[in-house]
Design a protein around this ligand. Structure first.
Ligand SMILES: Cc1cc2nc3c(=O)[nH]c(=O)nc-3n(C[C@H](O)[C@H](O)[C@H](O)COP(=O)(O)OP(=O)(O)OC[C@H]3O[C@@H](n4cnc5c(N)ncnc54)[C@H](O)[C@@H]3O)c2cc1C
Length: 450
């Protein structure tokens, strides 16, 4: 053990960003990763024809997410533009058995885009209640907001029922939980951070060649990344941290003055802290809720959706909830539609077998475009709740959790620091994972320098 060694648990974007930062500052990070690959929830699926690929996990990198964008540049990776995450022309909806363009008022009997905008204006207004999104618990009515849920808030807006479904699906897709299970304080915090202008646009990108190119490139430059290393216990001592991991069928213990725990909290719950973690941290590790999400990726021999003036983006009350064109940034005849399903529908699809989940998505699209199934070349699926080293989608604060755990999440437990998409103000994003890892590394470097 040298004075400048740090153990990092988890080689997702958070752990790798931390290790990269430490290495650049002359430290010696050791990264322990349970899987046989790096990247964690950044995972490009390549089992398609003609070199096509689709993102099984983290997909969109927004223009405002400058940490991800500058890391991609640092590692010479190109970005492909995919439009905006917000509504685009060519977006479709399938609601109450009707299918069509979101902007086609005659189809819905209501100007759905206008009704939808009412919700986003109300959301911007809600955001004003959290003037500092990096410290939401300081909002004057933080406790009151945290005690409420996003579902009741949507209900209180009294918008057209179809616009209500669209926004409920936004919660299911962005936060991967049910509106009734999502803290209104976190919705307000997110509104303050991202949606203060209902008309603002934030174009998005994917990394050309696959998002997994970034974690792989970072890992390649690191001195010590141990794969298939499942951390089973962490002991935080006064002068050091001891970390035990299982590698195939033997156990090994490593020690360092500091450690960074960059696994999801869902898997941190299974680590034995041997009674050395403060009780507030123990409660935080066990007390923050996670959402549920699945992806089904369907490769078609023809991008038939373009013939219908549909861009592939669909917001629906069918069991799949949302779809998009996963190959919109790539040229080619074949294309991949991804069905992205969060919240209760995501939990339901998680419980199905892979074959049943794929069939559910294929049938939903077949229902809208009869004959589309005949064009299928390949299908793939991931249910993140079934992944042993993820066990969920990402964190989604249920009512009263934010005021209970926010502060602890940002404080180290002695010599153990927390990083990951949960331990950042940019929760649920690759950008947030990177921010948390870089911050943890800087805190350790700074502490020792002092
Ligand atoms: C389906 C899906 C879609 C998404 N879409 C987007 C998007 O469009 N844009 C965006 O910015 N973000 C998106 N995200 C979120 C983004 O992928 C995550 O926020 C980010 O990748 C999390 O990084 P992380 O390092 O915090 O965690 P992870 O990537 O989960 O890394 C943690 C690592 O710890 C390892 N680990 C776990 N337990 C142990 C253990 N006991 N011992 C050792 N190692 C362990 C895991 O194997 C993993 O590699 C999406 C996520 C999902 C699931």
């Amino acid at each position: 053990m040298s004075d400048k060694s740090v153990i990092i648990i988890g080689a997702g974007m958070a752990g790798l960003a931390a290790a990269h930062e430490l290495k650049k500052a002359g430290w010696a990070p050791t990264v322990l990763e349970a899987r046989s690959r790096v990247g964690g929830r950044v995972h490009t699926v390549r089992e398609f024809s003609n070199g096509l690929h689709a993102e099984g996990g983290g997909e969109y990198i927004n223009e405002s997410q400058h940490r991800m964008i500058s890391l991609a540049k640092e590692f010479d990776l190109q970005l492909g533009r995919v439009g905006t995450w917000q509504n685009q022309s060519g977006d479709w909806a399938v609601l109450e058995g009707r299918a069509g363009r979101l902007g086609d008022a005659s189809r819905w009997g209501v100007d759905l885009e206008m009704e939808n905008r009412r919700v986003w204006v109300a959301l911007a207004e809600l955001g004003k209640q959290v003037s500092d999104p990096s410290n939401p618990i300081a909002a004057p009515n933080a406790k009151e907001l945290d005690g409420q849920d996003a579902g009741s808030w949507i209900q209180s807006l009294k918008v057209h029922p179809l616009a209500k479904v669209l926004f409920e699906n936004h919660i299911r897709s962005e936060y991967t939980c049910e509106p009734g299970e999502f803290s209104l304080l976190d919705l307000a915090r997110n509104a303050s951070l991202y949606y203060s202008d209902p008309d603002a646009e934030d174009p998005a990108y994917r990394i050309i060649g696959g998002n997994d190119g970034l974690p792989q490139a970072i890992a390649k430059r690191l001195p010590d990344v141990r794969l298939n290393a499942v951390v089973t216990s962490i002991s935080i001592k006064a002068e050091e941290v001891l970390v035990t991991y299982k590698h195939i069928d033997s156990y090994h213990t490593v020690r360092a003055p500091y450690a960074i725990l960059a696994t999801p909290l869902t898997t941190a719950r299974m680590i034995d802290f041997e009674g050395t973690i403060p009780s507030a941290h123990q409660a935080m590790v066990h007390g923050i809720s996670y959402g549920s999400v699945t992806k089904v990726m369907i490769e078609y021999r023809k991008r038939f959706w373009l013939d219908h003036g549909w861009n592939g983006r669909l917001n629906t009350d069918l069991p799949i909830v949302f779809t998009w064109d996963a190959t919109s940034h790539l040229e080619g005849k074949h294309g991949i539609l991804t069905a992205y399903t969060g919240g209760d529908p995501g939990s339901q699809l998680t419980r199905l077998s892979d074959a049943e989940r794929i069939q559910t998505a294929v049938s939903a699209i077949e229902e809208i475009f009869p004959g589309s199934s005949d064009l299928i070349e390949n299908t793939q699926t991931i249910a993140w709740g079934n992944e042993a080293f993820t066990l969920g989608s990402y964190m989604a604060y249920a009512p009263n959790e934010m005021t209970a755990h926010w502060q602890t999440l940002f404080s180290p437990a002695g010599r153990l620091y927390f990083a990951g998409e949960h331990a950042t103000i940019y929760q649920g994003f690759m950008e947030g994972a990177v921010e948390s890892g870089q911050r943890a590394a800087k805190h350790i470097i700074e502490k020792v320098r002092k």
